[in-house]
Write a protein that binds this ligand. Structure first.
Ligand code: NAD
Length: 278
């Protein structure tokens, strides 16, 4: 059994990016737009700022009042879209209820959409074209790649079908040649599916949803979930009991979450290059 060390791989990726950015005259710029003062968002934005500083990007954090209207937010995004000194725009989720999230995600120019959530970027992923991909599933693919875990022909089960994680995850795996099953809240008999997985990827948001009896011996287990339980972070997998059964497993924290930040770093440089090539 080997633990997939997201922190170690993130550090490797950030060092690669830092070396490249160090040799660039102009430094790519990332802008994070936050609406309101969500506590979890504050933590995530701090991690993004730290990543950007380490790599050598310019970083700006625009914090808007949670009473802002959708129109006002779209106006702010439009200004950033038009600003040639801004290369990556990330609108931190969640947004307050008066704002249509889907509309906002599609308001960001596709070539600045470092979260990879616009219709253009998700559509390109669907077609197997190069694009800015959603950071979390892209991070899972990179983690598997760097640990030389081959997905071709493997039986992969993805639990969760969100637009943010589950669906793009399944699409990336299909594009790479895996046989993919997607399970979700309406799936009957979840263990029947999870037990057959060579690679099990869980993105639900329910602590200990996946217990040892649901996992095949020697499986690779990727835990995307982030939950707070008894004042500490845990994933969706009953880590202690699943650990002895599998060949590889990601810890929470220290697994996929680290990779998400690393892939944002990669997307910022990619967005910069796309814009310079235009
Ligand atoms: P979401 O709430 O949008 O989606 C959850 C999915 O789980 C849904 O598709 C739902 O059908 C499915 N589901 C719910 N109950 C289920 C059950 N009992 N059995 C099977 N499927 C069930 O959440 P999301 O945005 O996809 O995030 C999922 C988890 O991943 C959360 O814990 C979130 O915090 C975490 N997350 C982590 C990262 C990271 O960087 N590590 C990034 C994004 C999300």
């Amino acid at each position: 059994m080997e633990i997939l060390d997201g922190k170690k791989i993130k550090d490797e990726i950030l060092d690669e990016l830092r070396n490249e950015v160090n040799n660039m005259q102009e430094k790519p710029t990332l802008v994070v737009v936050q609406v309101g003062n969500n506590e979890a968002s504050n933590v995530y934005i701090k991690q993004k700022a730290k990543m950007a500083r380490y790599v050598g990007y310019q970083f700006h954090h625009i914090k808007l009042d949670d009473t802002i209207t959708e129109e006002e937010l779209l106006y702010e995004i439009d200004k950033l879209n038009k600003d040639k000194s801004v290369h990556g725009i990330l609108v931190q989720m969640p947004l307050p209820s008066q704002i249509n999230t889907y509309k906002v995600q599609n308001a960001v120019l596709p070539e600045k959409d470092v979260d990879g959530l616009s219709d253009i970027n998700t559509g390109k992923l669907f077609h197997g074209k190069d694009a800015l991909y959603s950071c979390t599933p892209f991070g899972v693919m990179e983690l598997l790649k760097r640990y030389k875990i081959n997905v071709v022909g493997k039986n992969v089960v993805v639990v969760g079908r969100s637009n943010l994680v589950g669906k793009p995850m399944a699409t990336m795996l299909i594009n790479e040649g895996a046989t993919v099953t997607i399970c979700h809240s309406k799936t009957n008999d979840l263990p029947k599916y999870t037990f057959n997985a060579d690679i099990l990827i869980v993105a639900v948001g329910k602590p200990k949803l996946i217990t040892a009896d649901m996992v095949k011996d020697g499986a690779v287990v990727i835990d995307v979930g982030i939950n707070r339980l008894e004042n500490r972070l845990c994933g969706d997998v009953d880590y202690e009991n699943v650990l002895p059964k599998c060949s590889y497993i990601t810890p929470v924290p220290g697994g996929v979450g680290q990779m998400t930040v690393a892939m944002l770093g990669k997307n910022v440089l990619k967005a910069y290059k796309i814009q310079k090539e235009k």
